[in-house]
Design a protein around this ligand. Structure first.
Ligand SMILES: C[S@@+](CC[C@H](N)C(=O)[O-])C[C@H]1O[C@@H](n2cnc3c(N)ncnc32)[C@H](O)[C@@H]1O
Length: 279
């Protein structure tokens, strides 16, 4: 039995983290939990687009900076026989409309699956906070297009193939599993689940979070996010050269560094699990 002194030492909450298996070794130490407090902590291996936890067990869910990652690249954009073939690009800026449509459809399906799984796991009145990158609803011609830095990176890969550093086929078969839906589209998908009420919504421009970027920060951020994926497909030999070229190209397109015109916003939403409609 607990006495008063052991009671105060025993944590009353349990922090659980859903992660894809490859990321577990990096995240297991739970470095972000304050060292000054005690927690029970656990990791659930698996994709957050499916079920990770038992029904009606979670009181609070926080998804941070992750839902712009897709569960997979839509198959048809790497299929040369499809009207959505994304030849010569690694993202969907300046691509045929069919490519962006395929990306948007994949994200819709992923977000629907995410919401369906969390609706089962959260207790009634449980809260979910989502912070995710999205595209602003209005994009001016003078603004950076959402994901434009990826377009630039793709053009560096193509330049390299012209100099014999890699093949065009290799670039054609690589596409990023990332998408920025508009804020309106994301909110429509979250709302369509029907099991949650939207309690709070705020959209912040990157200006509030990052300030203006330097070429070095833009380059190293892009490298930190994509290096592992690029290495898997193209091998490690091209990475230094690729990001050297990327840094030089970013200098030619300084609007990419302008926080006022960034084509990406951060969406913060608080949702509450309704009492009824258990899926
Ligand atoms: C940009 S990091 C954000 C990390 C952390 N949540 C934060 O806010 O700093 C994106 C994280 O999402 C994880 N991730 C991406 N797709 C996932 C999926 N389908 N299931 C589980 N985790 C996933 C990645 O492993 C990575 O840890």
């Amino acid at each position: 039995m607990e006495n008063a002194s052991t009671k105060s030492a025993i944590p009353q909450s349990y922090a659980m983290k859903g992660e894809v298996l490859t990321a577990i070794p990096k995240t297991l130490p739970f470095r972000i939990l304050p060292a000054s407090r005690k927690y029970f902590a656990a990791a659930a291996p698996g994709s957050f687009f499916g079920r990770l936890f038992p029904r009606e067990t979670l009181h609070f869910v926080h998804s941070s900076a992750s839902l712009h990652w897709l569960s997979e690249v839509p198959e048809k954009i790497a299929d040369r026989n499809s009207d959505a073939w994304n030849k010569g690009r690694i993202y969907c800026v300046n691509s045929p409309k069919e490519v962006a449509d395929a990306y948007a459809a994949q994200q819709r399906k992923d977000l629907e699956n995410f919401m369906h799984a969390r609706a089962q796991e959260l207790v009634s009145n449980g809260l979910m906070v989502i912070r995710m990158a999205a595209a602003p609803d209005e994009i001016l011609d003078s603004d950076t297009k959402p994901g434009e830095q990826f377009e630039l990176l793709g053009s560096c890969l193509l330049d390299m193939t012209k100099e014999g550093l890699g093949s065009e086929e290799k670039v054609d078969s690589f596409n990023l599993p990332i998408f920025y839906s508009s804020v309106n589209d994301v909110m429509a998908i979250l709302g369509a689940n029907g099991c949650f009420s939207i309690e709070w919504l705020q959209v912040l421009s990157l200006e509030h979070i990052l300030g203006d970027l330097t070429v070095e920060v833009a380059t190293s951020t892009c490298r930190a996010v994509l290096e592992e994926l690029l290495e898997k497909h193209f091998g490690s030999g091209i990475i230094d050269e690729l990001f050297n070229r990327f840094g030089k190209k970013v200098k030619e397109f300084p609007h990419l560094l302008n926080a006022h015109k960034q084509g990406i916003v951060q969406l913060f939403v608080i949702l509450k699990r309704k009492l009824h409609d258990r899926p």
